[in-house]
Design a binder for this molecule. Structure first.
Ligand SMILES: [Zn+2]
Ligand SMILES: [Zn+2]
Length: 161
């Protein structure tokens, strides 16, 4: 069973538990969401789906994304936009984000040492972490270059403080 099939199965189980039916439209939306990769907005998903089924409304897409969140299979993120983008559940693959404020590109990174820092901080304060979010805003490599050759790092390597 592929990763995506397993998640579709989990969603079907969630629907059954919630007394909801699996509909053809819901199924299409869920498949499109898992196929879309990451950081997709409801509007983008809706436009993608229009090519295969013009009967799917934006409201149905919103509702299905909401159900995916309730099922623990998706998470909503804001990234400084006015609208929400959706990622598959971070518990399935923990990662953080770099967001370019000029072109809107979102890049992901993963660093195990960040996890250790968070754990240490939380432990020393007796805090139980249930969710975390790290977003770095700035300019991507391309935008930094286009911004007139002002490099992120000058001759001396910039040291984070
Ligand atoms: Zn992401
Ligand atoms: Zn950029």
């Amino acid at each position: 069973m592929s990763d995506s099939d397993a998640r579709i199965q989990r969603f079907a189980e969630f629907l059954a538990r919630s007394g909801l039916k699996t509909t053809r439209q819901r199924d299409r939306i869920v498949r499109a969401f898992f196929a879309a990769g990451r950081h997709v907005s409801a509007e983008e998903l809706y436009h993608r789906l229009q090519t295969e089924d013009r009967g799917i409304g934006l409201v149905t897409v919103y509702r299905t994304l909401k159900l995916l969140r309730e099922a623990g299979l998706a998470t909503g993120r804001q990234f400084g936009d006015t609208y929400t983008r959706f990622d598959p559940n971070p518990a399935d693959r923990p990662h953080d984000h770099l967001i370019c404020t000029r072109c809107g590109k979102i890049q992901e990174f993963e660093d195990a040492s960040l996890h250790a820092v968070r754990e240490k901080a939380a432990r020393s304060l007796g805090f139980t972490v249930t969710e975390h979010k790290l977003e770095l805003y700035g300019f991507c490599r391309e935008c930094t270059r286009l911004a007139g050759g002002r490099p992120v790092r000058s001759g001396k390597a910039a040291r984070p403080v």
